[in-house]
Design a protein around this ligand. Structure first.
Ligand code: DGP
Length: 119
């Protein structure tokens, strides 16, 4: 899949569209999901142009990878989710239900979550 520079998360990174930001550093941005599926629902995205987990893993630099993982961990702590726990999800492609073609990790928490897959 080629990267679509006009996807909604690219526009959020470029500040063309606002977001409810919770964290930002050189490599990553985290903001609240517009359509939350749990009491806490935050998306963490790398600032680089990667379509999904596989593209990021194959093509991002080590600095970006370490930076992104560290950012996810920082956001979990910042949201006070470390002790009670949370769920990390990264949807990939059509079957995975990925709507936005820019790599992102969902952090869901703030309550006991239900089944992993709802059909
Ligand atoms: P996914 O299905 O994994 O691609 O999830 C994309 C998520 O992005 C979905 O939960 C809704 C969220 N989303 C879509 N557009 C926007 C937006 O403009 N702002 C914010 N904050 N979230 C968005």
């Amino acid at each position: 899949m080629a990267y679509d520079k006009n996807n909604i998360f690219a526009k959020i990174i470029q500040r063309e569209i606002p977001c409810d930001k919770v964290y930002e550093d050189d490599f990553s941005l985290a903001f609240r999901d517009i359509s939350p599926k749990a009491k806490i629902h935050v998306l963490v995205i790398p600032k680089g142009m990667y379509t999904g987990f596989d593209d990021f893993t194959d093509n991002a630099s080590d600095k970006e990878k370490v930076g992104f993982s560290t950012a996810v961990s920082k956001v979990i702590k910042q949201l006070n989710l470390s002790e009670k726990g949370c769920r990390l999800i990264s949807n990939l492609g059509n079957d995975g239900g990925q709507e936005v073609p820019h790599y992102h990790v969902h952090i869901l928490g703030g309550e006991t979550l239900g089944a992993l897959i709802g059909k």
